[in-house]
Design a protein around this ligand. Structure first.
Ligand code: G3I
Length: 317
């Protein structure tokens, strides 16, 4: 039988999954990644705390390990992420910087990391989670010191360092049409008008059954595509309040199928990445106690109804 990625390939998309370095020695688990998927995103390895643990001292060990694994298995890699308010190194957050210092630190970080991975990643989440729920800019250290122009600067620096990489803005709770996705819509439109290199919008899609299916996801993907950017579903998982039962798993399956269909319905929706793939390794239980079971394979690596639903959607069934 064809893999999820082979099926996605037939319509010119990829189907991928995130992986984190500590998971690679779990060979039974890692083998599934290499077998079923065509793309991977490092869960943590390319973040600032990992890549520049001391100012000006770069460490690409963890990211290189994922890239090497991906290469061996024929997976393409999305880079994640050049700029984020979270998982920053202590040296950066434990003191205040002048705007000029911070600008030069940001430029150097983006330049060094994007240059190192040039030709090894096909896309970058350049700026991750830069908006609040109400559509205002998140007051991260960069915004506070530099104002909203840091986003265009980051995109330009990333483009200069790796002219071929597709450059994305990426966030959660942007799948529905609403204030947060509206803010990105306006921002992407403005960046395009200003000639800033932005190629894509990443919808993380950390969904939860108890919050309902994102309102007008397909139309939302469509409106970004009409701005002339690609859209990717970058971190898909669909959690539930535990314990799971047959009806929750069926609803989850239905949602996995719908997300897949909504992506396939828009030509510029280029691919889907699940954030992990088995309930054996997932960020959710640690962050949302009492929730989980969010992925298409269970802890034992058995396929859940969600897997069949994705398959069904990819085969047009
Ligand atoms: O590295 C330390 C280790 O030294 C320590 O022993 C261990 C004990 O808790 O923690 C380790 O750090 C953990 C890190 O992952 C690396 O494994 C952190 O506690 C943990 O909070 C961190 O979680 C990551 C999370 O981002 C941080 O916000 C998840 O693995 C990662 O999947 C998650 O990914 C994010 C995306 O980047 C952006 N979108 C949301 C998504 C889910 O939160």
């Amino acid at each position: 039988a064809k893999t999820l990625h082979q099926l996605a390939r037939e319509s010119g998309r990829y189907f991928g999954a995130a992986v984190d370095n500590p998971e690679l020695p779990d060979t039974e688990y890692a083998d599934l990644l290499g077998r079923e998927f065509g793309q991977t995103t490092p869960g943590n390895a390319m973040k600032w705390y990992a890549t520049e643990p001391q100012r000006g001292v770069f460490d690409f060990t963890a990211g290189d390990e994922i890239v090497a694994y991906a290469k061996a298995k024929g997976l393409k890699v999305r880079g994640h992420t050049l700029l984020w308010h979270s998982q920053l190194p202590d040296w950066l957050t434990s003191r205040t910087w002048t705007p000029a210092e911070l600008r030069s630190i940001l430029k150097n970080h983006i330049t060094k990391v994007a240059k190192h991975y040039r030709g090894k990643v096909f896309a970058w989440d350049v700026a991750n989670e830069i908006m609040n729920e109400d559509g205002t800019y998140r007051e991260n250290i960069f915004y506070t010191a530099l104002g909203p122009g840091y986003i265009a600067d980051a995109l330009r620096w990333a483009h200069a360092a790796d002219p071929k990489a597709k450059l994305y803005l990426n966030d959660y709770n942007v799948e529905a049409v609403g204030p947060k996705s509206d803010a990105y819509y306006k921002l992407v439109k403005q960046l395009k008008a200003d000639g800033v290199p932005v190629d894509g919008f990443g919808m993380q899609a950390h969904l939860a059954l108890q919050f309902g299916y994102p309102d007008r996801l397909r139309q939302n993907i469509q409106r970004f595509a009409r701005l002339g950017v690609d859209v990717a579903i970058t971190e898909l998982d669909i959690r539930m309040v535990l314990p799971s039962d047959a009806s929750k798993l069926a609803e989850q399956a239905d949602w996995y199928g719908r997300v897949t269909e909504d992506c396939l319905a828009v030509r510029r929706c280029v691919g889907i990445t699940v954030w992990g793939y088995s309930d054996r390794h997932s960020w959710i239980p640690a962050v949302f106690p009492g929730e989980g079971a969010a992925l298409p394979w269970d802890e034992k690596l058995a396929r859940k109804p969600a897997y069949d639903a994705i398959r069904g959607a990819l085969t047009g069934g």
